[in-house]
Design a protein around this ligand. Structure first.
Ligand SMILES: CC(=O)N[C@H]1[C@@H](OP(=O)(O)OP(=O)(O)OC[C@H]2O[C@@H](n3ccc(=O)[nH]c3=O)[C@H](O)[C@@H]2O)O[C@H](CO)[C@@H](O)[C@@H]1O[C@H](C)C(=O)N[C@@H](C)C(=O)N[C@H](CCC(=O)O)C(=O)O
Ligand SMILES: Nc1ncnc2c1ncn2[C@@H]1O[C@H](COP(=O)(O)OP(=O)(O)OP(=O)(O)O)[C@@H](O)[C@H]1O
Length: 495
């Protein structure tokens, strides 16, 4: 490809060289550069990509895209743009020949419920044998291949690359979880979304967005990129705000919910242990549905998927069969052990609202005590302190015993985190214990568990690692629970 093709539709100034340069591929990390690549220098949170230009040239870059006035002596082409992160998205779209224009793309945003909705929607497509690609927290799925992903929504280069792969494999539908980071950091800039869906908004990620207004505005950006439908949870306060904000959108509004007068609405809800039954009403008729996941939150998540499928022209009969076929979602209310008198559930709740909803969902089915093992994944500073306080409050108010431990402490001192959690658990009158090592905390919880109790482990969900410092340490909660229970059983056998 020639550089000028890549720059199509972008505002730029040539500081040096010429746009006839033949280029190989695009990279934003200097270490991945190969001969004749384009290096896009991004001002990051930790370092400035402009400081890695020399390294990129040494590795073979022939073109450098910058947003700063920088003098480069080497014989390369240098292009200046206003905003390199945004330009990266445009370059990626041009490089892969605008893949999002060629696929039916659903973008899901909101604080909680994106992954769950994604897998309900995928179950419908699987049922009707229509392939659908997935980009999200648990990973990216292209055809038969499922790959882990560092971010919920990857960088624009990967978003466009993965969608192009889907197209190559004749996959005509894609569902993508769109995080607020992705929207604020231009990872989906220029994407053509047929459907945008909003689940809910509660406090999270305030280290990036400063306040709820900014967080909401970041999420709302998705609905400026939709062409066909905007699907919104109208029971959510921010959902209502979004409906007003996008009233001039040319995409059609479809609402879902339980309380307000929604287009797609659930009534007659019966919550059982491990299942939920309800009647769904749509503009094209109603039907009874039984999902194999617990709680009101999964009524919302399945309704969201029903709304998407409805807007994609799938008949209610198939929607019902697909929704009902979903047996479980990795790390979401997953019962990982229920024999030998121990019931252990893992869940990915990692926000104040998610944790509250998770505890409320499980509570009606616990005959004895609800024993919670949880950590708080939050940055340092006021926002992090506030999240640790609010999640500890939820634990104190909704669990019988709360065991504070580590989640992904990352660069924070894990001792500081659990001491702070212990302080708040005490303030809110919890019966609690704090144990730094997560495995020991789980062992402590299982050891005190009786036949009537339930142990709920939150925060890790599908994750099979813990991030401590800058190291990813293997941590598979399912294996760990099995190991602990086997150890207890063996000990019992010896007596
Ligand atoms: C805060 C944040 O979003 N950070 C993202 C950001 O990293 P950064 O700005 O810190 O990058 P940096 O390390 O400062 O580097 C700046 C530039 O220098 C370049 N560089 C750096 C070193 C070098 O040797 N050579 C070089 O060229 C880097 O490639 C980069 O282009 O850009 C990176 C590349 O796209 C992302 O991987 C990274 O996500 C990190 C891993 C992350 O944890 N992000 C989280 C907060 C996130 O995005 N979460 C959302 C929401 C999840 C949810 O819903 O809960 C998500 O979508 O995952
Ligand atoms: N609709 C909902 N409302 C509130 N909490 C929910 C909802 N759905 C799920 N949760 C809770 O939030 C946790 C995460 O759910 P899910 O992975 O579906 O959300 P998400 O939006 O994809 O989050 P993330 O992007 O952080 O992975 C679940 O494990 C559950 O405890």
């Amino acid at each position: 490809m020639v550089l000028k093709q890549l720059l199509n539709g972008i505002d730029y100034t040539i500081l040096k060289g010429n746009k006839e340069t033949v280029i190989n591929k695009i990279e934003f990390n200097s270490n991945s550069i190969e001969d004749n690549d384009v290096f896009v220098a991004i001002q990051g949170f930790k370092v400035d990509g402009h400081n890695w230009i020399e390294n990129a040239i040494l590795n073979g870059a022939s073109t450098i895209i910058v947003e700063k006035q920088i003098e480069i002596k080497e014989d390369v082409t240098v292009i200046k743009v206003n905003h390199t992160r945004m330009t990266l998205a445009q370059l990626a779209s041009n490089y892969y020949d605008n893949p999002t224009h060629k696929i039916h793309l659903v973008g899901l945003t909101g604080t909680n419920g994106k992954t769950s909705t994604t897998y309900f929607l995928k179950a419908i497509y699987d049922y009707i044998n229509k392939p659908i690609g997935v980009i999200g927290t648990i990973g990216n799925i292209v055809g038969e291949e499922s790959r882990e992903s560092k971010n919920t929504t990857p960088e624009s280069l990967q978003v466009n690359g993965v969608i192009q792969e889907m197209i190559n494999q004749h996959i005509n539908h894609c569902v993508m979880e769109v995080s607020s980071h992705a929207l604020a950091l231009h990872r989906v800039e220029g994407c053509d979304f047929n459907i945008g869906l909003f689940t809910n908004l509660s406090e999270d990620h305030l280290e990036l967005h400063k306040n709820m207004e900014e967080y909401f505005n970041a999420k709302a950006k998705l609905f400026e990129m939709t062409t066909d439908y905007n699907i919104i949870n109208c029971d959510d306060v921010y959902g209502q705000k979004l409906i007003k904000k996008i009233k001039n959108s040319s995409a059609k509004l479809i609402t879902y919910g339980l309380e307000k007068d929604a287009d797609i609405k659930a009534t007659n809800i019966i919550c059982g242990e491990g299942y939920t039954h309800y009647t769904v009403m749509t503009p094209k008729g109603k039907t009874n549905i039984t999902i194999q996941l617990p709680g009101i939150i999964n009524v919302y998540n399945s309704l969201a998927a029903i709304a998407c499928a409805y807007c994609s022209g799938i008949s209610l009969q198939y929607i019902k069969a697909g929704i009902q076929s979903l047996e479980k979602i990795k790390g979401r209310f997953e019962v990982i052990h229920k024999e030998d008198d121990y019931k252990v559930i893992i869940d990915f709740a990692h926000t104040e609202d998610g944790l509250k909803k998770a505890l409320e969902t499980i509570r009606p089915f616990v005959k004895g005590r609800l024993i919670l093992v949880f950590g708080v994944y939050a940055p340092e500073g006021e926002e992090g302190n506030q999240k640790r306080r609010l999640m500890s409050k939820v634990a104190a108010e909704n669990a019988d015993i709360a065991i504070a431990t580590s989640d992904n402490p990352k660069e924070l001192d894990p001792m500081f985190i659990i001491n702070q959690m212990a302080h708040y658990l005490q303030e809110f009158g919890a019966q609690y214990k704090s144990i730094l090592d997560r495995k020991e905390a789980i062992e402590y919880a299982i050891n005190m568990c009786t036949k009537e109790d339930v142990v709920l482990l939150t925060g890790k969900g599908h994750e099979s690692y813990q991030i401590i410092g800058n190291k990813e340490i293997p941590f598979d909660e399912k294996e760990i629970v099995k190991e602990i229970i086997d150890k207890i059983k063996n000990k019992k056998k010896q007596y």
